[in-house]
Design a protein around this ligand. Structure first.
Ligand code: ARG
Length: 459
């Protein structure tokens, strides 16, 4: 019978099935480094306020470092009877230094301990995701010069709408991922606060210094209410939500490129190293990575749902339900990190099929809106201009030609203000060049944004 840290009041040994059911070390062992860091900070604080001696503290710190090595070198034995990573490390410490090790848990509970460890882990996870988002943004901005002057059909409702510069398209995703970075930074502010020392739920009668441990661990502040601190998992909901938005952005991009890489679109050539084949159809080169980025988004959405339902209806303060918070958060992080790692080289390594794209620009009357604005420039009311151009598009469709193929006579008949300058408004190049509003796809506007992004990302 393994001696439980909490075994004093118990007469019976724990049922094996209960040990299996309640253990978390199979998944929370990945918190070991954060647990050791937090324990060291806690021991240093205990020594500073005189609850343990400096010598105790040195022994604890040294033994914790030995344990860290043992775990990292795979020499550490994990067994479910010890429940979780916190009990494992504490038990190993006591095995090494006896009674001195038994002092570490002074003024601490696993409730504030686990919350602290998870906060430290999430803080690091946020920084890693942020670094990968920057890499992806750099890949996007890195496309802009090479694709300068390339025009793409822009879509609404998946129907051709207006032409846009390729660089404008790349930067659109750059903006989305920038907002994800802002959301991460905002979430990080609420992650990076300390609940260590709030103990089980009520705080402690011992003379601890919570600001001291917070400072040692790089936290920016301390939580003000022990009941709240030991039960708060808002920070995990926020992190899981931000990851979900990143995954949604990646998924819409993946969906777009899955379509664009079809023969029907033929806009893209994906790098073969990022495609896979078929075991029966020899000709196939499939966009499986993109499909999996789209597909794995489902589990990230599901994990957020799991967490929301998990905390719904939990009374204060700590409840063991909260142990279930870790698998979904770890999975969302692992999934989004893996998707981002593939997204950056895919963006960098994909070729635009310029000829196929250019050939399609002539279809779909992408210049109709610019023609309407040309009329507005001649003092025609917008609603009137809209219907005049609508009728001209009707004529072009019936004849199977472009708007620019209509004769000057036809334009004059449509509206007396139209003269030969109308042709300067027509065609994808002219339509793009006509755009001047801030944030539009006009060349000057886009160049301005490209420069801004290059400066910001130092590319
Ligand atoms: N392993 C638990 C968790 O992850 C922490 C332990 C708290 N357990 C307790 N009986 N108070 O939430």
């Amino acid at each position: 019978m393994t001696e439980k840290a909490w075994g004093g009041v118990f007469d019976e040994a724990t049922d094996r099935r209960v040990e299996e059911f309640t253990e978390s070390v199979s998944f929370d062992r990945r918190l070991y480094a954060h647990d050791i860091d937090a324990s060291k900070a806690h021991a240093q604080m205990l020594a500073k306020v005189g609850l343990i001696s400096q010598d105790d503290c040195r022994q604890i710190e040294q033994s914790l470092e030995e344990i860290r090595c043992e775990i990292e070198e795979d020499r550490f034995e994990f067994r479910i009877a010890l429940e979780d990573v916190h009990m494992h490390i504490e038990r190993a410490l006591i095995e090494k230094i006896g009674d001195v090790g038994r002092k570490l848990h002074t003024a601490r509970s696993r409730n504030d301990q686990v919350a602290t460890d998870v906060r430290l882990w999430v803080r690091e996870a946020i920084d890693r995701i942020d670094a990968r988002l920057i890499e992806l943004q750099r890949a996007l901005v890195g496309r802009c010069d090479g694709d300068a002057g390339v025009i793409l059909p822009g879509y609404t409702h998946t129907q051709r709408a207006q032409p846009v510069l390729a660089a404008h398209y790349w930067l659109a995703y750059c903006e989305k991922f920038e907002r994800d970075r802002q959301r991460l930074a905002d979430c990080r502010r609420r992650v990076n606060v300390s609940g260590l020392g709030t103990a089980a739920l009520a705080g402690t009668s011992l003379p601890i210094d919570r600001d001291d441990t917070a400072a040692r661990l790089g936290f920016e502040g301390v939580l003000a209410n022990s009941l709240d601190a030991s039960s708060d998992r808002d920070f995990l909901l926020e992190f899981a939500f931000v990851l979900t938005v990143v995954a949604e952005h990646l998924s819409t991009w993946a969906e777009e490129w899955i379509l664009w890489s079809t023969i029907e679109f033929d806009f893209l050539k994906l790098p073969q190293a990022f495609c896979t084949g078929s075991s029966i159809m020899p000709q196939k080169v499939n966009p499986d990575v993109l499909e999996l980025i789209r597909g794995k988004t489902a589990r990230v959405v599901g994990n957020l749902q799991t967490l929301l339902v998990l905390v719904k209806g939990l009374p204060l303060a700590y409840n063991r339900d909260l142990q279930e918070d870790k698998p979904p958060v770890f999975d969302s992080y692992d999934t989004v990190a893996a998707c981002l790692e593939l997204a950056a080289p895919l963006v960098a390594g994909t070729e635009l099929n310029r000829d196929a794209i250019a050939e399609r620009l002539d279809r779909g009357h992408l210049d109709a809106t610019t023609l309407m604005e040309h009329l507005i420039g001649h003092d025609v009311p917008q609603r009137t201009a809209h219907s005049i151009v609508g009728r001209l598009v009707r004529v072009a469709i019936d004849r199977g030609v472009r708007l620019s193929d209509l004769s000057l006579e036809e334009f004059r008949q449509a509206h007396e203000a139209l003269d030969e300058t109308v042709y300067d408004a027509l065609g994808a190049d002219h339509a793009v060049a006509a755009m001047t509003s801030y944030g539009s796809t006009g060349p000057e506007q886009v160049q301005h944004q490209v420069e801004r992004w290059k400066q910001r990302l130092q590319v």
